[in-house]
Design a binder for this molecule. Sequence first.
Ligand code: URA
Length: 253
Amino acid sequence: MQHGPLRNAYLDALGIDRWVRRDGPAETAIEALAETPAVIEAAPPAKPTAEAVPVPARVREPLGPITDWGVLRERVASCTACDLCKTRTQTVFGVGNTLADWLIIGEAPGGEEDRQGEPFVGRAGQLLNAMLLAIGLPRETVFIANILKCRPPGNRDPKPEEVSNCLPFLSAQIALLKPKIILAVGRIAAQNLLATDAPLARLRGKLHHFGEANTPLVITYHPAYLLRTPADKRKAWDDLKFARATYQRLVTN
Ligand code: URA
């Protein structure tokens, strides 16, 4: 876990108050929160309910076994399964460490991602980087992907048929990566991974599982939403601490 001025800068970016001991040096937010009953009450339950969730029914057809990242990347790059291929600049496969324990899943590329071919490179991406670093995860240590590999025009919500065409790519990425934990950011990612229409407020704060490997899945707000609604950054921070605690439990058991 990272300490000192750099992490404090990221906690500031996330809008998380740092606490100062009256009798000592500045505390990290994490340690201060652990000592603060009022905040602990607001945090997700220490023993979250585990909900086994089936593989989403919306997946149209399996891709077949793909055992190679290069082959999968090529399949994504040449995909013409839906009309988004007509308006994209390029596909946005995903980025990061292919040995990562953490998979971060967003919604779909925006304009900047479509131009650069990399997920979360705009303003929301900067906040996502800050959120990850606040729990000790530099961007390059995780893998980041989206539900859709192509940008919906005007950044509209993905259509169900676009999701069903594209989800097999994400499932193949998960099969190759074998993450220990998935962090889904935003309603669209959460609802499609869990095949539910439940609002995000009902999905966060508990442990879900995804797919055939039953990978632990934690839900939080989308960084673009948090940029518009900074008051909810405190709840996002609770989610991040919950995800980190879940991961630590997994790797120590
Ligand atoms: N929002 C997302 O959900 N994904 C991106 O890659 C960029 C913005």
